[in-house]
Write a protein of this length. Structure first.
Length: 98
């Protein structure tokens, strides 16, 4: 059971090692943000394309369409929660008196 989590090295959403290792220290946050938004956009695009191809009759398997839509939904929900936590952290920092 524990060994099964070691196979998750290929997870691309949130993979900081790839981003941090390839840029200088000034642009780390902006590159992480840009890559995350691009990944989110890619999931949304794939889901849209699957729906369109199902409507046209090119895709016969509804479960492929549903899986793509759920992946897009989950990535969007994750991005919204991350945004909410960042806003909450900013609000907490703005309350700190210097």
């Amino acid at each position: 059971m524990i060994n099964s989590i070691y196979g998750l090295n290929n997870v691309s959403f949130g993979n900081l090692q790839r981003v941090v290792g390839s840029v200088d220290n000034k642009n780390i946050f902006s590159n992480i943000l840009e890559n995350s938004i691009n990944t989110l956009n890619e999931y949304q695009r794939i889901a849209d394309n699957n729906v369109v191809s199902f409507i046209k009759g090119d895709e016969n398997e509804i479960h492929n369409v549903m899986i793509a839509m759920e992946e897009a939904k989950l990535t969007m929900q994750t991005a919204i929660e991350i945004r909410n936590k960042l806003v909450e952290a900013y609000q907490e920092l703005s309350k700190v008196q210097i």
